[in-house]
Design a binder for this molecule. Structure first.
Ligand SMILES: NC(=O)c1ccc[n+]([C@@H]2O[C@H](COP(=O)([O-])OP(=O)(O)OC[C@H]3O[C@@H](n4cnc5c(N)ncnc54)[C@H](O)[C@@H]3O)[C@@H](O)[C@H]2O)c1
Ligand SMILES: O=C(O)C[C@H](O)C(=O)O
Ligand SMILES: [Mg+2]
Length: 565
């Protein structure tokens, strides 16, 4: 295949300092001449393979994961093709370094590890000039994707002031095939309530208490309206917003723009896929499940709604009946009618249990996870609480006593916050538990000595595909039906369908091809339901999607002062 060519308008130091165009020692002799680089590079021209080998060797000299994370961050600042190629070639090994769980440590130390800015920082004290800043950074760019975060609820480590959007953007390109020059990470800095950051003289964000109320809403709205005005066909991704804002913002904007909340919808979708795979093993229906969700925040509620909606569409039961299959537990125990109003957000009310069911418990006492497990005899237990170790041996064994194949998904991230280590859940149930976790864990041993692969039920196994599908079909919205289509396609790729002792979800090493399948399903659904902005037939979607996939390859550059820059 011949090398694709690209007309480029920048030369000399400028091209060497631009990670989108820089090739380092891989610039050919002809390019070095045309772009004024002969004296700026050592003589030898390297291939991408040689550069990868050198970079991988250098990476191995780092002893710690956080050291590797910093090294890779620097590489991203230098050369995107090399960075993404290296990650693609060592995907299983390096995703946990650039993403969950190591990313949690990198974000918690953001101000101390900080070397170079990336993306767009919109900070409240500068809100009056927001449009200028926005246009300055987006000038001349064709942006398809904005990945935004106000960093109030980063993974399970809470308020970090500035943070996660860059790591989530990388996953879109690495796994979803989205051209990194067409996406933009946006930090919405509205202050922080994290005391240690506020006291830290090196904190790089706005050292101020977090904005709330109208000022906050107006600030976010100003940003969303800029996106809508200047990039009406883009996808707007929300990540790790606090629980009081996440659902509200999604509802506010989802009818007018293609917006997507990863913690609510991405987590709901990947959990639905995992559960569909698990009930394939237990040979039961979704609506036969009794589901406890421990931690009723953005992820917990997103999962409850997604599973509920799937029961309604797939098993044909009423919304009310589907709601009755769930027991949600939060910091103050089971969500039930008589719980004080301040403990039950409005959006949880549909899942609130009736007091009459729980008469044997003192009305003012908290109903614990163990109480609920013993009474409800759940088939499925999902953790999104950030409460490490909450699924104790007593809880897990009480569940297993009443259920042949307990489905247990401790989804809190990073690894140290997991509700139960999957190895323990496996041991305590004699290998009967069907397990999936939010962060990567090593396999557990089954009683027959075989490895049980722990599926990684992380939204990264689906959100890049959901996003790519919505983007390529230029969908005006990300509808619930598009998300269900993606989740069903992911479930259909479960290894457990062929071998019930195998993992519930495909391996993360296969995440790019899996996400491609998800994208095709999502775009096909968008075409079918008429929300696509492209004029494609359903049968054409796969081919069109293939054409749009971005891959890290060096193009041959021709100097042209009217070219790309
Ligand atoms: N696997 C995934 O793909 C995925 C996706 C999103 C979130 N998560 C993880 O889920 C966790 C929650 O994330 P979120 O975005 O929903 O945060 P959130 O702050 O919106 O929700 C956390 C909820 O847990 C509750 N909680 C806290 N302590 C509790 C306790 N001891 N008992 C019961 N409930 C308790 C909180 O009150 C809150 O409602 C995080 O660890 C996050 O990393 C995982
Ligand atoms: O970032 C992740 O690993 C998944 C998820 O979005 C989370 O908030 O934990
Ligand atoms: Mg998240």
């Amino acid at each position: 295949m011949s090398t694709p060519t690209l007309r480029v308008a920048i030369r000399g130091e400028t091209i060497l300092n631009n990670p989108r165009f820089n090739k380092g020692t891989a610039f050919t002799k002809a390019e070095r001449k045309a772009f004024g680089l002969i004296g700026k590079l050592p003589y030898r021209v390297n291939s991408l393979d040689e550069q990868c080998q050198r970079a991988y060797d250098q990476l191995q000299t780092q002893d710690t994961d956080i050291g590797k994370n910093s090294f890779l961050q620097s590489m991203k600042e230098q050369n995107w093709v090399l960075y993404y190629t290296l990650l693609t070639r060592h995907l299983r090994e390096l995703v946990p370094i650039i993403y969950t769980p190591t990313e949690a440590e990198a974000i918690a130390n953001y101000s101390h590890l900080f070397r170079k800015s990336e993306g767009l920082y919109l900070t409240f004290p500068d809100h009056e000039s927001m449009e200028e800043e926005f246009l300055e950074v987006t000038k001349g760019r064709d942006i398809d994707l904005f990945v935004s975060s106000d960093a109030e609820a980063i993974l399970g480590i809470g308020d970090q002031g500035v943070g996660i959007s860059a790591a989530k953007s990388v996953i879109y390109s690495l796994i979803g095939g989205i051209d990194p020059s067409k996406s933009l990470a946006v930090t919405l800095d509205v202050g922080t309530n994290n005391e240690s950051l506020l006291k830290d003289p090196l904190y790089v964000g706005w050292s101020h208490e977090r904005l709330r109320g109208k000022e906050y809403d107006d600030f976010v709205d100003k940003f969303v309206q800029l996106v809508r005005k200047h990039f009406p066909h883009s996808l707007l991704h929300f990540e790790d917003f606090g629980v009081t804002n996440a659902q509200r913002l999604l509802e506010r904007y989802r009818d007018n723009h293609a917006v997507f909340n990863d913690d609510i919808q991405g987590t709901g979708a990947v959990t639905l896929s995992s559960l569909m795979a698990a009930i394939g093993v237990t040979k039961s229906k979704l609506c036969d499940q009794r589901i406890i969700i421990y931690g009723a925040g953005s992820a917990g509620l997103g999962i409850a709604k997604q599973l509920r909606d799937a029961m309604v569409t797939m098993d044909n039961i009423s919304v009310q009946e589907a709601n009755s299959k769930f027991w949600l537990i939060d910091k103050h125990g089971l969500i039930k009618e008589s719980l004080p109003a301040e403990y039950v957000r409005d959006d949880l009310k549909a899942f609130s249990r009736q007091d009459a069911e729980w008469e044997e418990f003192q009305s003012d006492g908290e109903i614990t996870l163990l109480d609920v497990v013993k009474k409800v005899k759940p088939t499925t237990l999902i953790g999104t609480s950030t409460h490490a170790g909450a699924f104790t041996k007593e809880v897990v064994q009480a569940m297993a006593a009443e259920c042949d194949r307990p489905i247990i998904f401790p989804l809190s991230n990073p690894s140290k916050l997991v509700e139960v280590n999957p190895k323990d859940a496996n041991d305590w149930t004699n290998g009967k538990a069907l397990l999936a976790t939010g962060s990567p864990f090593p396999p557990a041993k089954m009683p027959n000595g075989k490895d049980y692969i722990i599926a990684e039920c992380n939204n990264a196994l689906i959100y890049p595909g959901l996003g790519f599908g919505a983007m390529i079909s230029q969908s005006r919205c990300v509808s619930d039906t598009m998300i269900i289509a993606g989740a069903r396609r992911l479930a259909s790729l479960s290894p457990a369908l062929k071998d019930p002792d195998d993992a519930l979800l495909p391996d993360f090493g296969d995440a790019p091809s899996v996400n491609f399948e998800v994208a095709v399903a999502v775009a096909e659904q968008a075409v079918e339901e008429g929300s696509a902005g492209v004029d494609w037939k359903k049968e054409e979607v796969r081919e069109k999607a293939k054409e749009k996939l971005w891959k890290p390859v060096y193009e041959e550059y021709l100097y042209d002062e009217n070219g790309e820059k």
